[in-house]
Design a protein around this ligand. Structure first.
Ligand code: SF4
Ligand code: SF4
Length: 286
C-alpha cells in the first residue's frame, strides 16, 4: 500500500484541494486528514461517522483541597505560573509536567489524563475516512496525527486499500513530522511568492531528512509567473521534481463550499490541471 502525503509550508496554499482531487481520482483508497488543527478534507466527503473517541494527549494537575496545608511548594516550582497565591491550579496554564506532584509534602496533587481532542472514522462518498480535531490551546498534535494514521491503517487493512491519501498539517512542526513518518511519496504544494519559496525551503528540509520521494506543484502559478519560474528553478536545484502548475480558479473555494472537488467539474481550469498532475504522478509511481 502506498501513502501519498500532501504538505505545504503554510495553510491556504491549496493543499487540501489537491488532496481532495486525488481522493476523487484514486481507486481503492482510504482518506486521512492529518491537519488536526484545522481539518477540512471532510467538507468534500459528506462523511457518516462510524466510530469516534476522545484523545487523551496530555495530563493536568488536580488538587485535593482537604490534604493541602498551604505550604506553597507547588507554586514555587511551577515554571508555567499555573498555581495562584491561594494555591489553586489553573487547568489552562497547567502543562502537566508533574513538578508540583513531586514536591507536595502531603500528596495533595495528582496528575490525571486530559482530553485534548476527538478522533473519528467514517464512511464517505469517496471512501473510508480517518480524521481528528485537536482542541484549541492543546499542543499534542503529533500524537493525535499518529493516532489518526493508526486508525487509517486499520481501515485500510479492513478494505484492503491500495492507497492512503493523506492531507498533512501545514508548517514544519511535530504534526508534519508525525504525518511524514512512513509516507511513500510527498506532494508539496506552494504558491508563487517569496514567502511561499521560503516555506518550501523549510518543508523540503523536513522531507529530505526522511528521504521520502517528493514532488512539487505550484498553485495559482499565473498570479506571478516570474516567481513561479524562481520557485521551479529552486526545485530543479534541489532535485525536486515539478509535476504541475495549477492556475488561479475562483471556482475552487466555491466548489469546496458545495462539498465537491473541482476535478468533478470538467470545465474548471484548476480541475483540468489537477487531473494532469494526477496522471503525471501515476506515471512517476510506475
Ligand atoms: S505543595 Fe501541596 S500542600 Fe503545599 S500548597 Fe501545594 S498542594 Fe498544598
Ligand atoms: S503539573 Fe507542572 S505545570 Fe501543572 S501545576 Fe504542576 S508544576 Fe505547574
Amino acid at each position: 500500500m502506498k501513502s501519498i502525503l500532501f504538505l505545504s509550508g503554510k495553510g491556504g496554499t491549496g493543499k487540501t484541494s489537491l488532496a481532495g482531487a486525488f481522493a476523487v481520482l484514486s481507486k481503492n483508497k482510504v482518506l486521512v486528514d492529518c491537519d488536526v488543527d484545522a481539518a477540512n478534507l471532510h467538507l468534500l466527503l459528506d462523511p457518516r461517522i462510524e466510530e469516534e473517541g476522545e484523545f487523551q494527549g496530555s495530563s493536568e494537575a488536580v488538587k485535593d483541597n482537604s490534604k493541602c496545608i498551604k505550604c506553597g511548594e507547588c507554586r514555587r516550582v511551577c515554571r508555567f505560573h499555573a498555581i495562584d497565591e491561594q494555591f489553586n491550579i489553573d487547568p489552562y496554564l497547567c502543562e502537566g509536567c508533574g513538578a508540583c506532584v513531586y514536591v507536595c509534602p502531603t500528596d495533595a496533587i495528582t496528575l490525571r489524563p486530559r482530553v485534548s481532542g476527538q478522533w473519528y472514522t467514517a464512511t464517505s462518498r469517496l471512501g473510508p475516512l480517518a480524521s481528528a480535531e485537536l482542541y484549541p490551546g492543546e499542543e499534542t498534535s503529533g500524537k493525535l496525527v499518529t493516532l489518526v494514521k493508526q486508525k487509517a491503517h486499520t481501515l485500510a487493512n479492513e478494505v484492503q486499500a491500495e492507497r492512503l491519501v493523506i492531507d498533512g498539517s501545514p508548517g514544519i512542526g511535530c504534526p508534519v513530522i508525525a504525518s511524514a513518518t512512513g509516507a511513500s511519496a510527498v506532494i508539496l504544494v506552494t504558491e508563487p511568492s517569496l514567502s511561499g519559496l521560503h516555506d518550501l525551503e523549510r518543508i523540503l528540509s523536513v522531507v529530505t531528512h526522511f528521504r521520502i520521494p517528493a514532488y512539487l506543484v505550484v498553485n495559482k502559478f499565473d498570479l506571478n509567473e516570474k516567481m513561479t519560474e524562481q520557485v521551479e528553478a529552486f526545485a530543479a536545484e534541489k532535485g525536486l521534481k515539478v509535476i504541475g502548475r495549477i492556475p488561479y480558479d475562483a471556482d475552487v473555494p466555491r466548489r469546496m463550499i458545495e462539498g465537491k472537488s473541482v476535478v468533478e467539474d470538467e470545465h474548471s481550469p484548476a480541475g483540468v490541471a489537477m487531473r494532469k498532475i494526477y496522471a503525471r504522478f501515476q506515471e512517476e509511481l510506475r
